[in-house]
Structures are given as structure tokens and as C-alpha cells.
Design a protein around this ligand. Structure first.
Ligand code: UN1
Length: 496
């Protein structure tokens, strides 16, 4: 009998007021039922927000260095339980164990980075234009933060949002993806064990109804969302109307450019990892390969040979290199894009079908796929697929490659493989993305640098690094006039 999980609301594990639950199954073997999780509604969210408001009163007054200490303990607990948590993550999300361990590591890095920020969280002291007057800024917490997270990084992304939010003194309501509720459950257990006061963290499981109620709740002044651009715009409209602070991290159509002077061995390894790691289900995944015609055929034939050898299976298997897609709809989306009508004349060079064989029969597997002859501007070249599909576009020059890279509506990450240092620097100037890699694939962002994209990938905010603390805090300005007389800014002047 699979376990029935609860929400964490009001300082205790609680059943949903809706009385409804959804099933969480292993995408590598749908016969494996992991558990039943609450399908929460607006009343559950309202209870969570009430509790988080009480938590905010306490936590916002806790000194930031102490909040940092709690997060350091969170990091320590994640270190101690890394393998066990990674195993649970692979079971519900599908990617291979090495990758879920990396996902937990990203959470650990985020915890330790936030912990040290508790002893910084700098404001500024600035000279006043008047005598005997100080001017300075301090950072104040905002209130209850509503965090809505996706399935593909079940640990890293909730930590990217929750840890800086908590460090800044906010309380949190987390609504994780229904595809990975178990990881969120484990994370909240760890936060509580580390000493986050019970009202400060709330976990509300569920789908669209719970997410919508959180976004629309007037007691939640800040929302952070990672997911599709379509959902992000719907959230943006509500937040705009309600004057909420909003951080959006959305789609990508990331490209690796391979120039004719590139180290091709390095490029093959990079493209394979970028395109098929996490079964292509990263916002940062390499979904386009823009390759110089002089090396096109050689690179494609090596890629096709290597992609065909990748071992598919349960991510917990020792030999597995590529796990399943997250659910049936994700695989159907991949299949839709590989339909001849959508391919628009492009050609499937490898993959293009579900694997055969008993090992993959009960999961949402799809073979790593390389499509050649993709035309710039076509659907395969411009739309996010979020699966193991690489679209190859042939170009004749760096200028053309940069143009193709930029002619999509997304702008998360990009990459160039070249041995020409001048070209590498030109690419860093020209490519319209939040992140550009040189001689490395489009994935692999580190927790202590800002993460995010331009154009329709985001809305100007960044996660990670030092910039995320701006999102989760209000800047307050304090003026102290100790002259003892009325000094009127902009009106009173003094001799030098
Ligand atoms: C995501 O896909 O939403 O750079 C996050 C990377 C990871 C994070 C990806 N460190 O691929």
C-alpha cells in the first residue's frame, strides 16, 4: 500500500480540506506507485498564507546571521542525506542518479551561499548633500513569498527560491510540481529539522487550482515561478493587476554554435551532454546545434553514432545514461514535433521513435533524436520541445550563426565552440542570452552566479548569485539629520 502524504500548513502535517489526492508514479515504471499527495484547493492555500503571515512576524525579527545559521544546518542535512534523497528524486522524476545527486548538490551550494549572505546583506551608506546628515539604505523583508516550482530540478529550483527568500526574512508557501511532490516533502522535513520555525514554511501540494489560489491571494506580495512561458504570462497578468513583485523563469531554445576551428571531440561531448542530459528536460537544454558547413557532416555523423549508443533505462540503474520523460503528455509533445507535417522537410538522422524492449516498456522513454536540415525560422528551430530532440542548422559564417541564435523569442543560454579568442569574445557581445558559454555546453550554471534569461525567458530578475537577494528584499532608505535645525533638501545651500 503506497503512503499517503500531507501538506505542511499551520505548523503541522495536515490533510487537504478538499479531501482529494493525486497519485505520484515513477515515470520509468508506471506500475511503481510512490504515494498519494494532496490535491489542495483555495481553502488550503488560504490556511497556509494565514500561518505564513504569523511566521513572518517572528522570522522577520530574527537577525539575518541567525537565519543564515539555520540555512547552514539545512546544507549540512542535505549533505548527510544526499544519496537517499537523490534516490527518491530519480524514482519520481526519472533522471539518472548522478544528475539527481548534482541537483541536491546545487541545493547544498545554495544553502551555504545563503548562509554566508546572512552576515552581509549589505546596505549602502552614502554622503548626504546636507551637513550633519546621514543617508543610508537597509534591506527589509517583504512578507509571504509564494513559490511555484517545476519538475525538472525537484530540489535545486525550490532551494534557489526558498533559501534566499528565508535568508532575507520572508516566510514561504511552496507549491511544487505535482510530478515531484516527494522531493518537496523531504526538503520541508529538512528545513524543519534544521530549525526553520514551523509557521515560516508551508508546503501546499496540488495542481493548477492550488497555484492559481496562491498567485491570486492578496496576502502574498511576492511570487516566484519557474515553468512555461504561457503559464508565466498568465501569472504576470494577475501579479500586474495586484501590484505583486514577480520573478519569472520560463522557456528556452538554447543553441550551441560549432565553428570550423572548434575542437570537435570536445564539441561532440558537449552537445551530447547539453542535448540529452536530463532527457533534454532542462530550461537550459541544448535544443539547437548551429554548425559551420565545413564541419557539419563530420560532426553530425559522430553525434549520430554516439547518440545511438546512449543507454536508456531506469535512472537508478548503474548503466543508464538517459532516463524517461516525465509523463505521457511530455512524450506526446516530442512525437508531435517529429511528425512529418511539423518537420517541414527536415530529416530525422537518429532516434525518432520509442525504444523497444522490456527494460523501457513501462516508462515514458524516447530515443535521443537528432534532426538535420532544420531551417531557421521553422517550428523545430524556434519552439521549445523539452525533450531529447536536437535540431541541427547548417550555417556558412559566424555572423549567420549569431543571427540564427538570436532569431527566437527566448534568450536563456547559448554557447560557442571555437579556438579563436576574438570570436569567443564577439559571441559574448552578440548572443542575446542571459548566459553564454565558451567551449562548454548550454547547461551547467553554478549556484553563486546570477541565473536567468532575456526576452520571453524571463522578466528581468535573476535567480542565484548575489542578485536574487534583491528580489527577495525591499530597499529602505533612512535619513538621519543630527544638525538640530531644519535643513531643506534641494532648497538650502551652503558655501564650500
Ligand atoms: C533549469 O533547467 O531550469 O544550468 C535549471 C543548469 C542547471 C540548472 C538548470 N544548473 O543546467
Amino acid at each position: 500500500m503506497a503512503k499517503t502524504f500531507k501538506n505542511f500548513i499551520g505548523g503541522k502535517w495536515t490533510e487537504p480540506l478538499t479531501g482529494r489526492y493525486f497519485q505520484n508514479r515513477n515515470p520509468a515504471d508506471t506500475n511503481d506507485l510512490i504515494g498519494r499527495f494532496p490535491d489542495s484547493g483555495a481553502a488550503d492555500v488560504a490556511a497556509a498564507v494565514r500561518s505564513a503571515q504569523a511566521g513572518f512576524e517572528q522570522w522577520s525579527r530574527t537577525p539575518a546571521p541567525l537565519r543564515g545559521e539555520v540555512l547552514r544546518r539545512v546544507g549540512d542535512l542535505l549533505v548527510a542525506r544526499k544519496d537517499e534523497i537523490a534516490d527518491a528524486m530519480t524514482r519520481e522524476m526519472g533522471k539518472v542518479l548522478a544528475e539527481t545527486r548534482g541537483d541536491v548538490q546545487e541545493g547544498i551550494d545554495t544553502a551555504y551561499y545563503a548562509a554566508t549572505e546572512g552576515r552581509r546583506l549589505f546596505g549602502r551608506t552614502v554622503p548626504s548633500e546636507l551637513r550633519r546628515k546621514w543617508a543610508m539604505t537597509v534591506r527589509r523583508p517583504i512578507g509571504v513569498c509564494g513559490l511555484i516550482t517545476p519538475f525538472n530540478f525537484p530540489m535545486a529550483i525550490p532551494t534557489w527560491k526558498a533559501f534566499p527568500a528565508l535568508l532575507c526574512g520572508n516566510s514561504v508557501v511552496l507549491k511544487p510540481s505535482e510530478d515531484v511532490p516527494h522531493t518537496a516533502h523531504l526538503l520541508v522535513e529538512i528545513l524543519l529539522e534544521a530549525g526553520v520555525p514551523p509557521n515560516v514554511i508551508q508546503l501546499v501540494h496540488g495542481g493548477e487550482a492550488a497555484g492559481k489560489a496562491l498567485v491570486e491571494h492578496p496576502g502574498v506580495p511576492a511570487i516566484s515561478f519557474t515553468g512555461s512561458t504561457v503559464t508565466g504570462s498568465a501569472i504576470g497578468q494577475v501579479c500586474g493587476r495586484m501590484h505583486k513583485r514577480l520573478s519569472l523563469e520560463m522557456g528556452g531554445k538554447n543553441a550551441i554554435i560549432v565553428m570550423d576551428d572548434a575542437d570537435l571531440d570536445l564539441a561532440v561531448d558537449g552537445v551530447l551532454w547539453g542535448a540529452f542530459g536530463t532527457t533534454g528536460q532542462r530550461c537550459t537544454a541544448t535544443s539547437r546545434l548551429i554548425v559551420h558547413r565545413k564541419v557539419h557532416d563530420k560532426l553530425v555523423s559522430r553525434l549520430v553514432a554516439a547518440a545511438g549508443k546512449l543507454v536508456l533505462g531506469d535512472g537508478r540503474g548503474a548503466r543508464t545514461q538517459v532516463g524517461p520523460l516525465i509523463h505521457a503528455a511530455a512524450r506526446e509533445k516530442v512525437e508531435y514535433y517529429l511528425d512529418p507535417a511539423v518537420l517541414q522537410g527536415a530529416e530525422v538522422a537518429c532516434g525518432g521513435s520509442r525504444p523497444r524492449g522490456a527494460r523501457t516498456a513501462n516508462g515514458y522513454f524516447y530515443r535521443p533524436t537528432v534532426v538535420v536540415g532544420v531551417k531557421p525560422g521553422s517550428r523545430l528551430a524556434t519552439e521549445e520541445i523539452f525533450g531529447p530532440v536536437l535540431s541541427v542548422i547548417r550555417v556558412g559564417s559566424y555572423e549567420h550563426a549569431a543571427k540564427v541564435n538570436n532569431e527566437v523569442k527566448y534568450g536563456l543560454s547559448s554557447s560557442i565552440y571555437t579556438s579563436d579568442v576574438n570570436l569567443a569574445f564577439r559571441a559574448m557581445d552578440d548572443l542575446q542570452n542571459g548566459i553564454t558559454y565558451v567551449n562548454a555546453p548550454t547547461i551547467g550554471a553554478e549556484a553563486h552566479l546570477p541565473f536567468g534569461g532575456v526576452k520571453q525567458t524571463g522578466n528581468g530578475h535573476r535567480e542565484g548569485g548575489w542578485e536574487v537577494f534583491d528580489f527577495y528584499s525591499e530597499t529602505k532608505v533612512c535619513y538621519v539629520d543630527y544638525s538640530g535645525v531644519l535643513q531643506r533638501a534641494q532648497l538650502d545651500t551652503y558655501d564650500v
